[in-house]
Design a protein around this ligand. Structure first.
Ligand code: H79
Length: 414
């Protein structure tokens, strides 16, 4: 594996994204006008005059923000890392910055530093602290990129040198080891600028990873499109950033909550293809996480508590030669995990060449019967008799202990 991929990330598989900023105060609506798009884009999409938007800083006072309860929620969901928006495209910093006074410590009644609080909570709960930073788009800085604007009209390098780099240096100086800097929408970043940023990050913290959106393919792994899951096992490290409803920042009108089943299926699908799942919550202006998100994460956590062995530190199995629509596979040396999402009496697996040694339901160890036989066409097959539902109503995970380190398929006969 690539040296720059850290074990906590490759084995951890599951992280919490947190989108929080001044847009959280607007919650999808400004002066009776709703945004049709993702809520953190409201400044841009409703063309709010900057001086008006900046006034929001004076109202930012999320007194119910409790870093410990958010980190504990992530931990209980089975997540291993957390990525917090230190500055999104709006340009407002969610930490004590001496580079720009436009931050929640100096410009808001809140006066607290959420990153400092998250640092302590992450250390308490054993979660890796990571930071999102919008390195190219900054709609508050006259020279930051904005959507289609930022080419010749602006002096992007002045923003890049005077705000982006100094702020990233602050983030890497003041909060101890950062697991990952999550850069986004590179837009007009030149190769030299992406390279310089990478050099600075790795120079200051050699173990700090960099997301795939640094620009010019210089990230440590591939970041897929937002909410986009690759169709097949992907040969390199990747991460899927995803929403629980349809927005990143809090939008009071967005009730399009995905079910726990949908979220779990996405997690298993992504992990079975070799990726990580970075699942978002958008706290409200008072600092609390919407109840629907809390509930889904709790239910995912219930699954992970019993079935985490089939997720953490697993690798994809080589492409299964048959198209199955009832489940997914993950594996570890000597183990094949079968994730079954449908209600079925038995699972029929063809052409797996390893000798099965033992088969049981992962959540409680209940032994299951397994028959190995040859089909009349001559293919070998296993028939696993499944128990009635139990363990997890959504994804029943079967562990098959196998001879040999990794799963091997027999060739399909012509
Ligand atoms: O932070 C989240 C998003 O705000 C950010 N990436 C994730 C992790 C992101 N930035 N840009 N994009 C995603 C692509 C955005 C496209 C759109 Fe739009 C923004 C579609 C609707 C609003 C720009 C404005 C394009 C159409 C209208």
């Amino acid at each position: 594996m690539d040296d720059s991929i850290e074990q906590w990330w490759s084995g951890g598989k599951f992280g919490l994204f947190i989108h929080w900023g001044l847009y959280s105060l607007l919650a999808g609506e400004y002066k009776n006008q709703r945004t049709e798009n993702i809520a953190e884009w409201i400044l841009h999409d409703l063309r709010i005059p900057l001086p008006e938007y900046e006034q929001l800083a004076g109202q930012f006072n999320p007194t119910r923000f409790d870093a410990d309860s958010i980190v504990k929620m992530a931990k209980d969901a089975g997540m291993k890392y957390l990525v917090f928006t230190s500055k999104h495209h709006e340009g407002f910093a969610l930490y004590r910055s001496d580079v720009s006074g436009y931050n929640c410590v100096h410009a808001s009644p809140f006066g607290r530093d959420p990153i400092a609080e998250l640092r302590k909570a992450c250390d308490r709960h054993g979660i890796v602290l990571c930071l999102y930073y919008s390195q190219a788009q900054d709609w508050d800085d006259p020279n930051g990129c904005e959507d289609g604007i930022g080419g010749e009209e602006k002096d992007f390098s002045s923003y890049f040198e005077n705000k982006c780099i100094p702020q990233i240096k602050e983030l890497l100086t003041h909060y101890g080891p950062i697991g990952l800097i999550w850069l986004d929408t590179p837009m007009y970043m030149s190769f030299e600028q992406s390279s310089k940023l990478k050099r600075i990050i790795k120079g200051m913290q050699p173990h700090c990873m960099i997301s795939g959106r640094i620009g010019n393919s210089l990230g440590d792994y591939m970041t897929t499109g937002d909410n986009f899951i690759p169709a097949l096992p992907y040969p390199g490290a990747f991460e899927v950033p995803a929403t629980i409803n349809s927005t990143w920042g809090f939008n009071k009108f967005d009730t399009n909550w995905k079910s726990t089943e949908k979220i779990l299926r996405s997690l298993v699908k992504i992990v079975s293809r070799g990726g990580n799942y970075l699942l978002n919550v958008g706290p409200t202006a008072d600092g609390t996480v919407p109840g629907e998100s809390v509930r889904v994460l709790k239910e995912v956590g219930d699954f992970m508590a019993l079935n985490g062995d089939s997720i953490y530190d697993t690798t994809p199995v080589p492409l299964y030669p048959y198209d199955i629509d009832w489940g997914y596979f993950t594996s570890k040396p000597g183990k094949l995990y079968i994730h079954i999402f449908e209600k079925m009496d038995s699972a029929y697996l063809l052409n797996i060449a390893n000798k099965p040694l033992k088969v049981y339901r992962l959540s409680d160890g209940m032994p299951l019967s397994l028959k190995e036989r040859t089909t009349c066409e001559g293919d070998s097959s296993w028939l696993i008799k499944l128990p009635a539902r139990g363990g997890s109503e959504i994804d029943q995970v079967i562990c098959v202990e196998i001879e040999g380190e990794s799963v091997v398929f027999e060739p399909i006969r012509e």
